[in-house]
Write a protein that binds this ligand. Structure first.
Ligand code: EPZ
Length: 429
């Protein structure tokens, strides 16, 4: 397995292009199952998770054509996928595939909506917590699907099609909202989703579904209304920029000092995180091209943050903020409220010399003057990238093992950072 080697101490200066959002690209690819026509997605990031989902969709009979280079195209910009689910040949998503990527469970919704049947493996455990799918199942039942659990699989049946219904989520769930929205798009009648997730990726998927002929209103608010239609058609849609990648690089710049333009980034997608960074002493300036992030001279101030569903501070930036706060002047507190066990970076940061005390869901971080490089690893992609951020400021050499996790969600992380002056390289296995 590849490793990433970092020698800390370099400031970051330059431009980092922000890729399309992983967590929008995945449900958008899954939405292709709702139509016989071709769905064209632009700005799809080059990530291991995208390739894996391509394989999973291929198993259902979906063809994915990736367009070659075009004149004037920036090298390594996002890719264009032409996705055709004209003939669905298999409505089963097997354990071997679903267990590798939880989001692939979401295929259950378009498959049962369009084909009247889906058999999808339950995803099983996960590095960041138990992550059940009970609310996704509840949503499908509210739309009239008959659900059985057989041999580790969820079997969803709606031979006469789904019908609209009222879905009230007792807890905000991104995956639950995506699946409810996709299923309801092809149901007979009207569906109302209450306490819907408001994450920008929900709005992006709703925009794409509407281009495909769906009738969805209210996406981005806590109440989404969907008038079902009998069929959806093809469309062309550009994946929105990745707010988690944006926040991650903003924290990297806050960590090392320097000044970087996060090109194509949109501040409204991560205002809560940008506010925290500003409080910590980072200059954040939105521009026409993206967001300019700088920290010069001043040290880092400690912060108190709790993760929350959008528009709150995202759980997917919790590990990165913790890495940053290891170097703050004072004591920070970070509380994780979304996943019960998303702290695997803590012990690895401690190996680099961080002072972190974990008490239930709250981490108390005493800022230290120096981190020192060491070999580290993590089994969750956000935890892995937090170790990269720490390594950029640590004295000496840090080697991040199991880079596979980084490649799932960050496109060319070492190239993007090296282009801004970081001493970082990939060591191929
Ligand atoms: C999405 O996961 C993201 N994944 C996650 O990104 C992100 O951390 C998470 O939303 C929260 O923002 C994708 O978009 C592909 P949830 P999802 O359903 O949809 C509980 C990353 O690093 N819950 O919003 O699976 C659940 O346990 C990742 O890119 C139930 O109890 O998350 C959690 O406590 C990892 N029952 C809370 O809801 C259910 O049926 C929120 O989870 C479903 C969820």
């Amino acid at each position: 397995m590849d490793r990433i080697r970092i020698v800390g101490g370099q400031r970051l200066t330059g431009t980092i292009p922000i890729s399309g959002a992983k967590n929008a690209a995945l449900p958008l690819m899954i939405a292709s199952l709702l139509t016989e026509d071709t769905l064209i997605l632009d700005n799809v990031p080059r990530l291991a998770d995208v390739s894996l989902l391509q394989r999973i969709l291929g198993n259902h009979g979906v063809d994915v054509m990736i367009a070659g280079k075009r004149p004037g195209e920036i090298a390594n910009g996002g890719r264009t996928l032409h996705i055709s689910a004209k003939h669905i040949v298999d409505t089963t998503a097997p354990y071997e595939l679903v267990s590798k990527m939880r989001a692939s469970f979401w295929v259950v919704a378009p498959l049962v909506a369009r084909m009247g049947e889906a058999t999808v493996s339950m995803p099983g455990g996960c590095a960041i917590g138990t992550r059940p799918v009970d609310l996704l199942i509840m949503a499908l039942e509210k739309l009239g699907a008959a659900i059985e659990i057989e041999g580790g699989y969820v079997v969803a049946r709606a031979p006469n099609g789904l019908r609209g219904g009222d879905i009230v989520f007792p807890k905000v769930t991104v995956g639950g909202t995506h699946t409810a929205m996709m299923a309801a798009a092809l149901a007979h009648g009207t569906t109302v989703i209450e306490n819907a997730a408001r994450e920008p990726e929900i709005g992006d998927v709703a925009d794409c579904l509407n281009k495909m002929g769906a009738r969805i209103s209210g996406a981005g608010s806590a109440r989404i209304v969907i008038e079902g239609v009998p069929r959806l058609s093809g469309a062309r849609h550009k994946v929105l920029p990745d707010r988690i990648e944006t926040g991650t690089y903003a924290m990297a710049v806050a960590m090392t000092g320097g000044e970087v333009l996060l090109q194509n980034a949109r501040p409204e997608l991560l205002q809560a995180a940008l506010d925290v960074l500003a409080k910590a002493g980072t200059a954040i300036v939105p521009t026409n091209e993206g967001i300019r992030v700088a920290r010069n001279g001043a040290g880092l101030a400690p912060v108190e943050v709790a993760t929350a569903p959008f528009p709150g501070f995202p759980t997917d930036l919790q590990a990165q903020l913790m890495a940053l706060m290891t170097r703050a002047h004072g004591t920070s507190r970070i509380t994780e409220t979304i996943f019960e066990n998303r702290f695997m970076h803590v012990q690895e940061l401690v190996r680099l010399g961080a002072h972190i005390h974990l008490d239930g869901e709250t981490a108390t971080i005493e800022g230290v003057k120096h981190l020192t490089g060491a070999p580290v690893m993590a089994t969750d992609l956000r935890a892995s990238v937090s170790l990269v951020i720490a390594g950029l400021a640590a004295e000496g050499e840090t080697v991040v093992n199991r880079v596979y996790h980084l490649d799932r969600g960050f496109e060319r992380v070492e190239e993007k950072l090296a282009a801004c002056g970081a001493a970082i390289e990939r060591l191929s296995a």
